[in-house]
Design a protein around this ligand. Structure first.
Ligand SMILES: C[S@@+](CC[C@H](N)C(=O)[O-])C[C@H]1O[C@@H](n2cnc3c(N)ncnc32)[C@H](O)[C@@H]1O
Length: 327
């Protein structure tokens, strides 16, 4: 009995201890639950925060994509505008060249004193003073001398030389003898790639910007295998054989294999005379077609066409045109 009671007390103590332990465990569990709830609430807030930020990021991504698209569109517009500007600049240049060609030019300064007597006296004075051909031409250009420089109309020149059908945009032309520059301006306005050759630097200044310029003293600097057409109008009658031969040789080298050198020259009574600088200045060096053919052969060229043009019986002279080509 005593043992049983003792055992019962022990059990009671154990039970009380177990109940106390259970109570401790409950308290702990309650505390942990509070902590857990606090953590969960914090995690929920963080998640909500992250979700909101993800939403912001998605929006920013969309905005970026739109900006990239807008930038690409602007780039494309810029490229298109640059192309349009280039086209407009090209068109402006064309129009400027055309306007320049059509412009009413001031009348050449030297329009007086053009009676045959005065013109002859002009040449005779020059020759008596020993003025060189270069200086004679420079002086004529400085005075814009209408008679000595002519300023023929392009269409008339091309028709007379028989090269009209060969001229079009992009064709490379060597124009010999600038004169007042009218035909050089018209060739440039047609879109030809024009080079100008003249004895006078003053003449070349007239056409700078419209044509690549070459001085007659620099014949060896002419580009090789370059020109589709070379033309000389109202120039050969001012040139001694020696100079014409040198020019012809250089021009032949500057032609393409299918190119043509169209040259107008004067025929007439003076062909039989010895050539002088007086005749060269006055433009009265005459040649027979046969004399010209000999020069062409000496220069290493072939005559592809030889035709008389206008005749002036009152002056016992006329014009003749030859097309000279490479063999
Ligand atoms: C009468 S103008 C002819 C101009 C133009 N070709 C025309 O038909 O209206 C002669 C031109 O030939 C140039 N000239 C004269 N001798 C020359 C030469 N040896 N070589 C190149 N040009 C020359 C002169 O300076 C001048 O511009």
């Amino acid at each position: 009995m005593f043992v049983l009671r003792k055992r019962a007390r022990e059990l009671e103590r154990d039970l009380a201890a177990a109940l106390e332990a259970l109570e401790d465990a409950r308290r702990l569990a309650a505390q942990e639950e509070v902590a857990f709830r606090a953590l969960k609430a914090s995690a929920d807030r963080d998640r909500a925060d992250l979700t909101a930020r993800l939403g912001d990021l998605a929006y920013l991504e969309q905005v970026c994509a739109e900006l990239v698209m807008e930038r690409d569109n602007l780039d494309a517009s810029c490229n298109e505008l640059a192309l349009q500007r280039n086209a407009l600049e090209g068109r402006c240049k064309d129009l400027e060249t055309k306007l320049d060609a059509l412009a009413v030019r001031p009348a050449p300064r030297e329009t007086e004193g053009m009676s045959p007597e005065n013109l002859s006296a002009d040449v005779i004075r020059s020759d008596a003073s020993g003025e060189s051909l270069n200086d004679w031409w420079n002086r004529a250009h400085e005075r814009d001398h209408q008679y000595w420089l002519t300023g023929s109309d392009g269409a008339e020149v091309w028709e007379r030389l028989g090269v009209r059908s060969r001229l079009s945009q992009g064709v490379r032309v060597l124009n010999i003898g600038v004169g007042l520059g009218q035909d050089t301006r018209q060739l440039a306005a047609m879109g030809c790639e024009v080079h100008a050759l003249d004895i006078s630097p003053v003449a070349l200044d007239r056409v700078r910007g419209l044509a690549v310029t070459h001085l007659a003293s620099d014949l060896d600097r002419l580009p090789r295998d370059c020109f589709d057409v070379a033309m000389s109008h109202l120039v050969a009658q001012h040139m001694l054989d020696f100079d014409l031969l040198a020019q012809m040789k250089a021009v032949l080298l500057s032609l393409t294999s299918s190119g043509v050198f169209a040259i107008q020259f004067a025929t007439g009574a003076a062909a039989a005379l010895e050539q002088t600088s007086l005749q060269a200045k006055g433009g009265s060096i005459h040649r027979t077609p046969e004399q010209m053919e000999r020069l062409v052969a000496q220069a290493g060229g072939l005559v592809a066409l030889s035709e008389p043009r206008e005749q002036f019986p009152e002056h016992r002279a006329g014009w003749h045109v030859m097309h000279v080509v490479r063999p």
